[in-house]
Design a protein around this ligand. Structure first.
Ligand code: C2E
Ligand code: CA
Ligand code: CA
Length: 871
């Protein structure tokens, strides 16, 4: 994790307790507004309640006043009623005519018919009862409800009549009537009574009797009372119902209210006032409440916004402090450095990190031009900054030299400042760029040797082919494959193999020119691309150099390792123009080079393809041949050199092709090895050789060649055992020839197989000794019975002394190891003489006998030994 990746420390800045911005010193405006509004509402409610109370009090007072007033008027009305009744009765009672016609004698006609005191009093004044009671208190004249009746006044007036009569008579002298309230049939009534006197009439002579009394009764009916009330402004004056008694606005009539009571409904201005005023007060109160609520809302909102703005102010203060702290931390903690330049491109600010990252002095660079420090691949930084509409988020990679003069890479980002100039950061990306380069390199190169890999090769090839090479300046591709590399790996271990590959890679790279490419495309496969080549001669010279260089022994822990190489060559544009085609053709050429004996090179030729196709055909033909008996076995006799006696014969296979004729083993054995046909082929050879040898004289052995490919597949000894048993041949009469290749491929496995073969009782000889590694240690370690000196030594035997001494040395070695030494390829008498001179054990060759077909060999056996005489 780099410094930059760590989380940045961003401590929360704290404010001093005295700071008004400190939240502890701040009471929210909302709370404040709410508190004051609450007080206001309480006050307002008080005012309204008080107002309401006062209004109620006022209304009550008003009502009380009205009540008193109405009582007064009711009383006044009643009094006036009494007065008017008194006045009326006065007119009728204190009148001489009444005295004459109702007291002295009762004249109903005068009174009723002539309507002096008759029904009109009822119809005009509403007096329901008119009575005249004489001195004996008997009712002498009675008119009720306008009708003349015989009703006794006592019936109407009840028990209070006597009292009324008495008071009326008392007032006779002063001519004052009396009034009283009574109940007549449950209805209150006002009674006026007056003693009948002659009045001021001088013609009337009074008698001595007690005066008769005139009584007027007016029933206080509701209609009369209502009319009365109306006259006096008393509302709804009526006789009080029992329910209304005991309440206000009641006027008792008579003594203790025995006559009943009056009741009225006084006007209630207070109540009206309340009814009218209270709703308004309520409405006003409601409005005030609404207003208060609205005000509360507004003030709360504004207080809240005040609070919010206060809080946001506080937050922004804190954020500012935080961002400052963060900026400081970032600037100091990150590996980036921060810069500012003026409009002239000179540094006006460099952060502290500048020194830590670059090792350069801040003071030294203050005021210096940015272009002097940093350079880009496309020009100066100033030019980059001046690009119109340059996107600020796009950064640029710059190079600079640090304090130690070492090249470093930094990623620069820049933003235009408000005034003039720029500001930005510089991130050191040297390691990142290097790592990326490394990854890129690794993805395109082989990890072991560091050579370009197939990916890079493809890229390089594509590039070069795009440049369209010409016949004069062709593009040459060499496909190079190491020979005998696999045994190195298997025998000496992978570490040794790696060393050899590295060494080979180095040597290959040394052989080519700058601009050429050497790529490793497989285990021991390389591809070389050469661009500046004059012609095929130059290519051949290079191939020679390459193989020569590779064939130099590689020293591995004081052991010399030999490898070689085969090379296939293809050229553009003559052979192909496409990369894939070119690679394929170079591979075909390589195959051809390998097929023609390795350690050599081949140019791709148009017919190579045809040859490959040919080979494929041969392969299928061989399959057929093995099954259908097209194989033939020839025998080449081997002789003891000392006495010229035949000791045995080597079985050599041929293929009697129906079209091509007799084909040599060198042509088809490699195909058989590659395709696995070697097993059935070899089985046939061993079986045929053994069955033939079984017919030979008992002193002759048969020598059979085994391919290294057979050893790999195993089961060799088992196969040999079975075939031997089937043929009935003595195992001691069988010799198996194997080459070094067997041991090179898998030494331990080979030893195992050879030991089991030895257990069968067969002999084993090393074939072609001296061509490969010819490691002497093999001869010691492996259970060989004999060795065959390769015929190449004999062909050179006459020419070089060296070869003579080598042959001599091999024979000496063989003898020392108790091996039978056989010389192959004896072509002349000279060869034979020489071998005889160095006491070589056995020999075979054209000079002695060519390989013979079976019948020829059988007839040879019949002839007896032809060379006996020669040796
Ligand atoms: P090799 O085992 O070295 O066999 C001897 C080869 O040398 C034979 O070639 C033989 O014809 C040839 N030769 C013998 N005397 C002379 C001479 O004086 N001068 C010259 N120049 N050549 C001589 P051939 O039969 O063509 O066999 C070639 C190779 O094929 C053999 O080499 C052997 O490695 C392989 N081969 C032949 N038959 C078999 C077989 O049945 N099985 C296996 N696995 N390989 C076989
Ligand atoms: Ca052989
Ligand atoms: Ca041989």
């Amino acid at each position: 994790m780099t410094e930059r990746d760590e989380p940045l420390p961003t401590p929360m800045p704290t404010l001093p307790p005295s700071d008004p911005l400190n939240p502890r010193n701040h009471r929210s405006s909302v709370a404040l507004a709410r508190a004051s509004l609450f007080k206001f509402v309480v006050l307002l409610t008080g005012v309204f309640v008080l107002g309401g109370c006062m209004l109620a009090y006022l209304a009550r007072d008003l009502d009380r006043v009205e009540e008193v007033e109405s009582e007064f008027y009711t009383l006044k009305a009643v009094r006036s009623l009494e007065k008017s009744l008194s006045a009326t009765i006065k007119d009728y009672a204190f009148w001489g005519d009444s005295y004459k016609n109702l007291h002295l004698h009762v004249d109903t006609d005068w009174a009723f018919v002539r309507q002096n005191i008759g029904p009109t009093l009822y119809s005009d004044f509403g007096f329901e009862g008119l009575f005249v009671v004489n001195d004996a208190d008997a009712t002498v004249y009675a008119v009720t409800e306008g009708n003349l009746t015989t009703v006794d006044a006592a019936q109407w007036l009840g028990p209070s009549m006597s009292q009324i009569l008495a008071r009326a008579r008392e007032g006779a002298e002063k001519e004052t009537p009396t009034t009283a309230y009574i109940q007549v049939n449950g209805v209150p009534a006002l009674v006026a009574a007056a003693a009948i006197t002659p009045g001021t009439d001088p013609t009337v002579v009074p008698d001595d009797r007690a005066p008769s009394v005139l009584i007027f009764v007016t029933l206080l009916t509701d209609a009369k009372l209502a009319a009365l009330g109306k006259d006096y402004g008393v509302g709804a004056l009526h006789v009080a119902t029992p329910d209304e008694l005991g309440h206000a606005s009641v006027l008792a009539l008579g003594q203790d209210g025995e006559a009943g009571a009056l009741h009225w409904i006084p006007p209630k201005p207070g109540e009206r006032l309340l009814m009218l005023g209270l709703p308004w007060v309520c409405v006003a109160g409601l409005l005030v409440c609404l207003m208060a609520w609205a005000i509360l809302r507004r003030t709360t909102a504004s207080a809240k916004s005040l609070d919010d703005s206060y809080a946001s102010l506080q937050r922004s203060q804190i954020a500012l402090a935080t961002s400052e702290a963060r900026f400081r931390d970032v600037v100091e903690a990150s590996s980036d450095w921060v810069w500012e330049i003026d409009d002239q491109g000179r540094f006006t600010y460099l952060s502290e990190r500048f020194e830590a990252v670059t090792g350069l002095s801040r003071d030294g660079w203050a005021g210096a031009s940015m272009d002097d420090l940093l350079g880009t691949e496309m020009g100066t930084v100033s030019q980059w900054l001046a690009i119109p509409d340059r996107k600020p988020e796009i950064s640029i990679q710059c190079r600079y030299a640090d304090a130690r003069g070492q090249a470093r890479i930094t990623r620069l980002s820049a933003r235009q400042m408000k005034g003039a100039g720029f500001r930005g950061t510089a991130t050191d990306v040297t390691e990142e760029v290097e790592a990326r380069r490394r990854i890129e390199f690794l993805s395109q190169h082989d990890a072991l040797t560091g050579l370009p890999n197939r990916v890079r090769l493809q890229e390089f090839l594509d590039g070069k082919l795009k440049a369209t090479p010409t016949a004069q300046h062709p593009l040459v591709m060499l496909s190079l494959d190491l020979d005998r590399f696999k045994p190195v790996n298997d025998l000496l271990g992978h570490a040794a193999g790696d060393t050899v590959l590295n060494e080979v890679s180095r040597r290959l790279s040394d052989c080519v020119r700058h601009g050429d490419l050497v790529a490793r495309v497989g285990g021991d496969e390389f591809v070389l691309i050469l661009t500046d080549v004059e012609g095929p001669e130059e290519v051949e010279a290079l191939c020679q150099r390459l193989i020569g260089s590779i064939e130099h022994p590689v020293l591995l822990n004081e052991q010399e390792v030999f490898v070689s190489a085969s090379i296939g060559i293809a050229m553009a544009p003559t052979d192909a123009r496409e990369a894939a085609e070119l690679l394929r053709y170079a591979d075909i050429a390589l195959y051809e080079a390998k097929a023609s004996g390795r350690s050599t090179w081949r140019f791709y030729a148009g017919d190579m393809n045809a040859r490959i196709i040919e080979r494929r055909r041969l392969e299928s033909d061989l399959r057929f041949a093995i099954k259908h008996g097209e194989l033939r076995l020839h025998f080449q006799p081997r002789y003891r050199i000392a006495d010229g006696h035949m000791v045995g014969a080597e079985a050599l296979v041929r293929w009697q092709h129906p079209v091509r004729g007799l084909i040599a083993p060198d042509t088809f054995i490699p195909i058989a090895e590659e395709t696995g046909l070697i097993i059935p082929l070899s089985d046939w050879v061993i079986a045929t050789a053994c069955s033939q040898a079984a017919t030979w004289p008992a002193h002759l052995f048969v020598s059979i060649n085994l391919s290294p490919a057979e050893f790999k597949r195993g089961q060799v000894s088992l196969r040999v055992q079975k075939i031997l048993e089937a043929s009935g041949l003595e195992p001691s009469r069988v010799e198996l020839e194997i080459t070094e290749g067997v041991m090179l491929e898998d030494a331990a496995g080979a030893l195992e197989v050879m030991r089991s073969l030895k257990r069968l009782g067969v002999r084993i000889a090393m074939d072609d000794f001296g061509t490969g590694y010819s490691s002497l240690s093999y001869l010691r370690t492996f259970p060989f019975d004999g060795l065959k000196i390769d015929r190449s030594f004999l062909t050179r035997l006459g020419e070089s002394e060296d070869d003579q001494s080598i042959v001599k040395a091999i024979i000496g070695l063989g003898r020392a190891l108790s091996l039978t030494v056989t010389a192959e390829g004896i072509e002349t008498a000279e060869h034979l003489a020489l071998l005889k001179a160095v006491a070589c054990d056995e020999g075979q060759g054209y000079y002695l006998s060519k390989p013979l077909n079976m019948s020829d060999f059988t007839s040879l056996l019949g002839q007896g030994s032809p060379v006996d005489s020669d040796c």
